[in-house]
Design a protein around this ligand. Structure first.
Ligand code: COA
Length: 534
């Protein structure tokens, strides 16, 4: 395998300028993340005063000591709901419980009673999907008022909303993927089906309660007066209704019961492909901050980035002199082999064809694919069209979409239009999709979008024999540019769950190591390619 030899000078003024720019991006990201901790002192104190653990403390107690917790969707809903911190009132992530990798889903009850907003439902469904694809046990820590009623259109009628949570519990259970839950607090109305559909359920005495209609609804519907504990308390469900399987004395006891259930009933699969000992890159990953371009017109040198990401800086580059705007090669991340496709400019016919060949090789060899997107799209213009860029780009999309190996997408720079799709972005259902803080993605770049719409406007004016002045043009373009710029930001993508999270470039290899560890335990699947247009 080839070692990438870096030509970077860390004393260079460009390096220093880019590094400073990136450090600012990282500070902004840290600031966004810190909002969660700073939020809701009153709500958190009120929660604890009931003798309950805070949701994050529950997760910490559940996890094995020292286990990483890879949080998914931590920035979901950020800025979308007035007065809510990032996270949409739900905490989801992957960690080890009794030595088994599990998906943990916990209602963040101090946030509006843990009720479900549109983004909460979307995040729950997404976490379940990750668990399903990797066959991870789901552990759901319930403490929620169920549907947030004014959010009805975004949580009730459609697929991918709250109802899909129930559907996915049942279907995963049917496939033998363990579904375990704890009722720590409120569990009401439709939300009762979350723990009740699970394989096994624990409830906390005098804290957890579960009913289809609370005391008020019961009175309104039947005229019967009944207190909450009699109606749906833990004691009653453990002894009278038989709805619940295990009765715990408090949060601590409930979580230790779950750890025992996982130990006794779940197991971790063995590796299905060779795994090497991890080796650090030969160059400092923190230098990536000074390598990533801070100018959209100048591409990032992805070889320099990879030299700081992959084990021992070894990158076995495939067709290194052909189709040079897309780097393809084999490498290891934290000991796990991966096929990397990284943009190094615009996608041309030759780079697209190289991608097809490389993806086919990875499928035959059962090697996961990592797509690192930094392109402004597929090449346009007469020459490119005559060479058949649309059919070569289509071949790349066909190969990428067909590939039946674990696929990952990271937006490490620009990711626009069809080029965004071609690099296995969210619509192609990669196992995970992430962005780096500098990442940008949209249908078109802000300048191109403003120019396209202004040309359409100008043509309309000309048809009506009206004059389209330069001043009008500038005033017309500015808001379009600003809107596209704002849309393209990774914070917007993370808030809307179009990516799973924003990754620090320095931590990207470790994160990928955790994900590839899960993938390495899956048996090989065959790939059937869609028709490749020749
Ligand atoms: N829809 C919309 N908002 C809701 C809500 C719901 N179903 N349930 C609670 N909220 C809001 C409250 O209005 C309050 O808002 P505020 O912070 O702006 O004052 C916030 O969530 C917290 O509720 P609060 O009752 O103060 O907290 P709590 O910890 O004492 O109790 C619940 C939380 C969820 C147990 C309690 O609010 C409750 O029982 N809600 C009704 C649940 C229900 O019947 N859902 C039916 C779904 S179909």
């Amino acid at each position: 395998m080839n070692i990438i030899r870096s030509r970077l000078s860390t004393t260079d003024s460009v390096f220093k300028k880019r590094q400073l720019h990136y450090q600012n991006l990282m500070s902004e990201l840290r600031e966004r993340r810190s909002q969660y901790g700073q939020w809701g002192a009153k709500q958190k104190t009120r929660h604890e005063s009931k003798g309950k653990l805070l949701p994050r403390d529950r997760i910490e107690l559940l996890l094995d000591p020292g286990s990483p917790f890879l949080e998914v969707g931590d920035l979901a809903g950020d800025g979308l709901y007035e007065g809510l911190p990032p996270g949409a009132g739900l905490i989801t992530g992957i960690g080890q419980v009794s030595g088994v990798t599990c998906m943990i889903i916990a209602n963040d009850s101090p946030v509006k009673g843990g009720t479900y907003y549109g983004m909460t439902a979307k995040k729950h469904v997404r976490a379940q999907k990750i668990a399903w694809e990797h066959r991870l046990p789901n552990i759901t820590l319930v403490d929620s008022g169920g549907a947030n009623l004014p959010e009805q259109p975004d949580i009730f009628p459609d697929v991918g909303q709250y109802g899909s949570v129930f559907n996915q519990i049942v279907r995963q259970s049917a496939e033998g993927i363990p579904q375990i839950s704890v009722v720590h607090g409120a569990c009401t109305a439709g939300g009762t089906y979350v723990p009740v559909l699970c394989d096994v359920t624990v409830i906390v005495r005098e804290q957890g309660y579960l009913h289809l209609g609370g005391p008020e609804i019961t009175f309104a519907a039947t005229g019967e007066k009944v207190d909450r504990e009699t109606l749906g308390g833990a004691e009653m469900h453990g002894s009278t209704s038989g709805v619940i399987d295990y009765l715990a004395e408090n949060d601590w006891h409930a979580l230790s019961m779950v750890r025992d259930i996982v130990k006794d009933t779940c197991r971790r699969e063995k590796y299905q492909r060779p795994v090497e000992s991890p080796v650090l890159p030969r160059y400092d990953p923190a230098e990536i901050y000074g390598i990533v371009s801070d100018d959209p017109k100048i591409p990032t040198d992805m070889r320099e980035v990879l030299a700081r990401m992959v084990d021992d800086s070894r990158f076995d580059e495939f067709k290194s002199n052909y189709g040079p705007t897309l780097l393809c090669g084999f490498a290891h991340l934290n000991g796990f082999e991966v096929g990397i496709l990284a943009n190094n400019g615009v996608l041309f016919s030759d780079s697209s064809l190289k991608a097809v060949h490389f993806i086919d090789l990875c499928c035959k060899r059962n090697i996961p694919l990592l797509f690192m997107a930094d392109n402004s799209g597929y090449m346009v213009g007469r020459e490119a069209e005559h060479r058949g860029i649309s059919k070569d780009g289509a071949k790349m999309v066909t190969a990428m979409a067909s590939a039946n190996v674990p696929k990952y997408n990271i937006i490490v720079g620009k990711s626009y239009g069809a080029g965004h799709l071609g690099m296995c972005s969210r619509p192609f259902e990669p196992r995970f999709s992430f962005g780096w803080p500098n990442g940008k993605s949209a249908l078109l770049g802000p300048e191109q979008a403003a120019m396209t719409l202004s040309m359409v406007q100008k043509q309309k004016y000309e048809r009506d024999n009206k004059i389209w002045t330069e001043e009008q043009d500038a005033a017309f373009r500015k808001p379009i540019f600003d809107e596209f710029e704002k849309f393209a930001n990774m914070s917007n993508y993370a808030a809307n769950l179009w990516i799973d999270s924003i990754l620090d470039p320095v931590e990207t290899s470790d994160t990928m190591g955790l994900l590839l560890d899960m993938a390495a335990r899956e048996p090989k699947k065959e790939t059937a390619f869609g028709v490749l247009r020749m």
